[in-house]
Design a protein around this ligand. Structure first.
Ligand code: HEC
Ligand code: HEC
Ligand code: HEC
Ligand code: HEC
Ligand code: HEC
Ligand code: HEC
Ligand code: HEC
Length: 466
């Protein structure tokens, strides 16, 4: 980015922007005019959606960065710029080629389970896994699109965004000086626990939008890692990203190329049970068969292999050894993923913690046969239910008096074992990506332990709430 900025500065020094800037500085009365102009611009921006101007104006620098096939549009007075993979003045294009590169190995999607697993199907629709990637529509999209609430103004007065709902489309409208363009929001990433971020297609390539919606405070904000004051729409979505947030996709190689029609959104049944086409076909043909065929029940696997299923996505920053989606339930994790990188983990490079490794450091884990499903039922949304999680502690610890700290005045131990023993933290092996500071809340540390500081904090929070 800095390099590109340097380039713009050099090339615009001779441009019109420079001349205007100089004359403003030389004549003090012009300052008044400039303020008036700025005021009018702001007023205009707050009025009804202006018609979208399709071409960047002539005083902007437009350049193609050939390696990445990214267009860069900038202007001198402003340090920031626009990065887009499609030609300025145009919109992203639809793909015309839907031919998959690889044959789908039998992923059929969650709808196919409904007819025979009605209960699990319905409860599953409420889970974070199901919702973690979804098509954009009125039911799924968060955030407000009505005037006054649909804008995001960066710290640069000349760079702002408007979220537009027009017909069936949801768009991010970018305003860069007097140039505006639109990018459709097509896929949601994130269940909304913390946030939703948005993806779009240009031909068969997937990219991320500049503006993300943060659930806390219902705000539009820069996507994680984006520089405030830029309008960046050229961040490619690599397969590891989809590997953690989707059920299936046909990868066409070259970083972010996928067959658009091949995507099965959400982390659904088959990422934990294996591709189910054979299972579904068999049981449709043999309606009275009681014994399951061609499907993996993780409960039948040994402890390590069972947890390795979750480790695909909850084991920290593991890079792929081959292509994504090659893992099958029952495979050892290390056959498909490199070990996590501690340095990356410390830098919050992936926005989730390494539950797999942290749990393994707990005395509970070391002195029992505990797995992830001792506390988490993957078929139900149990988010935030402290009481339920505490009950799960007490399947092994029998009752609250097993706690060495019991009893204490004013503390209802049985209702919340976790704030003292599994505090939310953002340190050690816990990683968070931040959007302008610490917007993403810290996650539960899965190293279960005696923690004096957490106990102190919990006691204080009880006092605060009284
Ligand atoms: C036509 C009926 C049918 C469909 C469709 C179906 N199943 Fe099943 N499934 C069964 C039967 C019958 C069993 C065995 C009885 C049971 O455990 O419920 C079973 C059992 C299972 C089991 C437990 C296996 C075991 O060894 O204990 C899993 C896991 C499973 N199915 C997953 C799925 C998934 C995932 C889908 C959708 C992709 C699906 N099923 C679709 C009929 C079906
Ligand atoms: C190693 C697996 C992994 C990778 C790679 C990954 N994510 Fe995630 N992501 C997660 C997990 C797990 C969570 C949930 C955090 C939690 O609750 O522990 C999450 C959370 C999120 C959220 C917030 C969801 C919420 O709870 O509201 C968004 C948005 C998101 N990811 C987008 C992305 C995007 C975009 C990429 C790729 C550029 C990506 N993720 C790459 C695993 C991953
Ligand atoms: C995040 C991983 C995950 C997802 C997603 C998931 N399951 Fe499971 N499922 C498991 C695990 C782990 C077990 C074993 C549970 C145990 O040991 O108690 C299991 C057990 C089962 C069983 C057999 C035990 C029982 O309770 O009957 C069936 C059937 C089943 N799942 C169906 C489904 C269906 C259908 C879906 C999608 C609607 C689904 N699962 C989604 C992880 C998952
Ligand atoms: C293919 C990747 C993948 C696999 C496999 C997977 N998860 Fe997840 N899990 C995710 C992602 C992504 C999220 C974040 C969902 C969100 O909030 O957008 C998540 C969220 C969760 C959450 C938080 C749910 C909430 O709503 O607060 C729990 C708990 C969880 N996973 C447990 C498990 C367990 C246990 C297993 C193994 C049985 C497992 N996961 C397997 C990707 C995966
Ligand atoms: C599968 C059984 C099991 C579950 C579930 C379980 N534990 Fe444990 N835990 C143990 C065993 C076994 C020990 C070691 C013996 C002991 O201290 O009782 C232990 C030890 C502990 C210790 C002492 C740790 C130390 O460093 O000395 C704490 C604290 C603890 N557990 C808290 C919890 C909390 C809180 C939960 C729920 C979030 C929980 N446990 C769930 C089995 C379990
Ligand atoms: C002893 C109980 C216990 C075990 C075992 C356990 N967890 Fe958790 N986990 C929790 C609790 C409690 C929470 C907080 C849930 C909430 O507030 O919604 C949590 C939250 C999570 C979350 C949501 C993000 C966060 O930090 O709030 C994910 C993802 C998760 N666990 C994954 C796993 C995975 C993967 C495993 C196995 C490696 C696992 N957990 C084993 C108790 C457990
Ligand atoms: C207010 C904070 C707090 C709450 C709530 C709490 N604990 Fe503890 N727990 C502690 C502290 C502090 C210790 C260490 C006490 C000591 O010095 O022996 C401890 C010790 C333990 C131990 C180790 C016991 C031993 O003798 O070594 C276990 C097991 C345990 N707790 C389980 C639980 C369970 C299960 C719950 C929920 C029913 C729970 N705790 C709720 C703070 C708490």
């Amino acid at each position: 980015m800095n390099l590109k900025r340097g380039l713009i500065i050099i090339s615009v020094v001779v441009g019109a922007g420079w001349v205007i800037r100089q004359s403003v500085q030389e004549h003090p009365e012009d300052e008044l005019i400039r303020d008036l102009v700025r005021e009018r611009q702001q007023q205009e921006a707050s009025e009804a959606v202006a018609p979208v101007r399709t071409e960047p104006s002539s005083d902007m620098v437009v350049s193609l960065i050939p390696e990445g096939k990214v267009w860069f549009v900038g202007k001198y007075e402003d340090g920031g710029g626009v990065e887009i993979p499609f030609q300025p003045g145009y919109r992203p294009e639809k793909s015309t080629d839907e031919t998959p590169v690889e044959e789908n190995p039998g992923f059929v999607g969650v709808e196919a389970c409904q007819e025979c697993h009605e209960e699990k199907y319905h409860s599953f629709l409420a889970t974070g896994h199901y919702k973690t990637s979804r098509p954009v529509n009125e039911q799924t999209i968060d955030g407000r699109f009505d005037k006054g609430f649909n804008g995001f103004q960066t710290s640069d007065p000349n760079v702002s965004f408007e979220m537009i709902h027009r017909g069936n489309e949801f768009l991010q409208q970018v305003h860069f000086f007097d140039w505006s363009f639109e990018v459709p929001m097509e896929i949601i990433m994130g269940s909304s626990k913390m946030a939703q971020t948005y993806l779009y297609w240009h031909r068969d390539r997937l990219y991320q939008h500049n503006v993300t919606h943060i659930t806390d405070g219902d705000q539009w904000i820069n996507s994680p890692g984006y520089i405030d004051g830029d309008a960046a729409y050229a961040r490619p979505i690599p397969q590891r990203c989809l590997d953690c947030h989707l059920t299936y996709f046909d990868y066409r190689g070259n970083r972010n190329r996928y067959t658009p029609g091949s995507l099965i959104l959400g982390v659904t049944c088959e990422r934990c049970h294996g591709p189910a086409e054979g299972h579904v076909n068999h049981h449709r043909d043999h309606r009275d068969a009681e014994k399951a065929v061609a499907i993996t029940n993780p409960a039948d696997l040994d402890r390590k292999l069972q947890m390795d299923i979750c480790g695909q996505c909850h084991g920290g920053s593991r890079e792929l050894k081959g292509d994504a989606l090659s893992f099958r339930p029952g495979d050892p994790l290390e056959d498909h993923y490199f070990p996590p990188d501690d340095e990356q983990d410390a830098k919050n490079s992936v926005h989730t913690s390494n539950q797999l490794n942290r749990l393994a450091e707990s005395v509970c884990f070391q002195q029992s046969q505990m797995t992830c499903v001792d506390c988490h039922d993957p078929h139900h949304n149990e988010r935030g239910d402290d009481q339920l999680f505490s009950n799960r502690c007490m399947t092994c610890h029998e009752n609250e008096s097993d706690c060495g700290y019991y009893p204490q005045e004013g503390v209802d131990f049985a209702s919340n074992c976790i704030d003292c023993h599994m505090p939310r933290r953002s340190t050690e092996n816990l990683r968070l990506e931040s959007v302008e500071g610490d917007v993403f809340p810290p996650l539960r540390d899965h190293k279960i332990r005696i923690d004096e500081a957490a106990t102190q904090r919990y006691l204080e929070s009880l006092q605060g709430s009284r």
